[in-house]
Design a binder for this molecule. Structure first.
Ligand code: SF4
Ligand code: SF4
Ligand code: SF4
Length: 245
């Protein structure tokens, strides 16, 4: 067991005991259930938290460096379990993280094998809401039909098609285009868990709705996509994907 794994276990254990000790059982279970965006094959946040031993092999296996541990500041209980960050890459469903996982926390089969979450447009960050001309997310989305443009050329995500691959979030240029406005922190489009409240906001979200709903559980998870087909990953669920840009 590596040092980081030991630290993860110790921190999670101490945090759980501390939370329960102060009457925070609800807080502890709430943190286990917190809707992070997970790598492929994580059937639910609860199941992943129970099965993952924080060995970090999925982090090491991802060729694009998008698998990252949940930081302690985000959750005391699921600290060290894998989540996804799309700053420098996106998921092409190469499944190397699943192949590397020794515990079955990430596994083949089930509705989440090819469904990471859903993209939501953040209307006060997306530049297409202020002036037309930016269609980068639609142009770069690898899943046909996942993003279309409305009558004002603003992006609209279709949850039935979107698989949460994160390409749109990676390439969204809103931060640099809005460099003059330090109050805008978010990308114009962000992937959230289908179990989050933010995924259930009709149309686009505000930054405020994203902040309050990104890690808050909805009463019912949004159904996994049924129509989108990611062209880059292995069609049979195993094998190597393509080069990430
Ligand atoms: S499927 Fe491949 S690209 Fe996606 S998170 Fe796993 S290792 Fe990274
Ligand atoms: S490889 Fe599996 S057990 Fe290890 S940290 Fe990743 S999800 Fe957890
Ligand atoms: S997350 Fe992927 S599939 Fe969904 S809209 Fe963004 S680029 Fe398209």
């Amino acid at each position: 067991m590596t040092d980081i794994t030991r630290r993860g276990f110790v921190a999670a254990g101490v945090a759980s005991v501390a939370l329960v000790g102060v009457g925070g059982f609800g807080a502890a279970t709430g943190q286990v259930d917190r809707p992070f965006v997970r790598p492929p094959g994580a059937e639910s946040n609860v199941r992943l938290a129970a099965a993952c031993n924080r060995c970090q092999r999925c982090l090491q296996a991802c060729p694009y460096g998008i698998v990252t541990p949940v930081p302690l500041a985000e959750s005391l209980v699921v600290y060290g379990t894998p989540t996804l960050a799309f700053e420098h890459g996106y998921c092409d469903f190469c499944m190397q993280c699943v192949d590397a996982c020794p515990t079955g926390a990430l596994s083949y089969g089930g509705t989440r094998e090819r469904d990471l979450g859903v993209a939501v447009v953040v209307k006060d960050a997306c530049v297409a809401w202020d002036w037309s001309g930016c269609t980068v997310c639609k142009d770069e989305c690898p899943v046909e039909g996942a993003i279309t443009l409305d009558d004002h050329d603003r992006p609209v995500v279709h949850p039935d098609f979107c698989d949460g691959c994160g390409r749109c979030e990676q390439v969204c240029p809103s931060a640099s285009l809005r460099a003059y406005d330090a109050s805008v922190q978010n990308k114009g489009i962000v992937v959230v868990s289908r179990a989050s409240e933010a995924a259930h906001v009709a149309g686009s979200v505000t930054s405020e709705e994203l902040a309050s709903g990104r890690y808050t559980c909805a009463s019912e998870p949004l159904a996994a996509h049924t129509q989108g087909v990611h062209p880059n990953g292995p069609q049979d669920g195993k094998g190597a994907g393509h080069e990430n840009a």
